[in-house]
Ligand binder design. Structure first.
Ligand SMILES: [Zn+2]
Length: 238
């Protein structure tokens, strides 16, 4: 097996890259919660002034969205973990049945990373002597065998991130008096989306301006579309 992952940090639970990935995922999850719940409550607000209806719709949207995010994350991380475990098991078998071929393979991989043939051979031998499976897992598969992502942690984090984001439009539409709730929600949502766009751009070292603009425009479009739909439905008395 020669499956090289260029970005090692992706797979290391304690590494800086991994922590940044978690943070980026949290911001995206919160952003999702803001946009989908804002679209939902603004749409319902186009049709009705009833605070109870707004609260019901917003809360249902929050729960449905956060559960769906958590379930999706659980499934995707479990699948990833299963394939990492399968790759490790295969590696373990290969190391047991053909250690010489595995040593050659590790040597070649290290040469591919820029070591000279003799040094690569020596490093491969020492790594194999120390912990052969770990060496192959890291160099060949790009994973840390002791630190595979836990699907429950990933699911919980998605749930919390989405919920945190969804609470903003929900509270902004439910708390203010009837005449004020719409503009307060729109302003709060657009500000939150600007912050999310700014943060994720900074975390990804991308230009901030376009990221903020795209994110704010996306949210504004979502609210405009659902508001028009809600108003039309409200007008015909559905
Ligand atoms: Zn191997």
């Amino acid at each position: 097996m020669t499956l090289q992952t260029p970005d090692h940090d992706e797979a290391h639970g304690g590494g800086l890259g991994s922590r940044l990935n978690w943070l980026r995922a949290a911001v995206l999850g919160a952003n999702d919660g803001v946009v989908s719940t804002a679209g939902l409550v603004v749409g319902v607000a186009g049709a009705t002034d009833s605070r109870a209806t707004l609260l019901t719709a917003g809360l249902a949207g929050l729960l449905a969205g956060s559960m769906s995010m958590a379930a999706g994350e659980y499934v995707s991380v479990s699948t990833q973990r299963d394939s990492e475990k399968a790759a490790l098991a295969l590696e373990k078998r290969e190391l047991a049945t053909e250690p010489q071929a595995e040593l050659r393979e590790l040597t070649e991989l290290l040469e591919g990373k820029g070591l000279g043939p003799e040094l690569a051979r020596e490093v491969a031998e020492q790594l194999t002597h120390h912990d052969a499976l770990r060496a192959h897992a890291e160099v060949e598969l790009g994973i840390d065998p002791d630190d595979l992502t836990n699907p429950w942690h990933a699911a919980g984090a998605s749930f919390l991130a989405f919920t945190a984001g969804a609470l903003l439009p929900l509270l902004a539409i439910v708390l203010p008096p009837t005449g004020q709730r719409l503009w307060i929600t729109v302003v709060a949502v657009l500000a939150a989306l600007a912050l999310c766009g700014w943060t994720s751009a900074r975390l990804g070292a991308a230009p901030v301006g376009p990221a903020v603009l795209r994110n704010v425009a996306g949210g504004a479009l979502a609210m405009a579309v659902t508001y028009v739909a809600g108003t039309l439905l409200g007008a015909v008395g559905v």
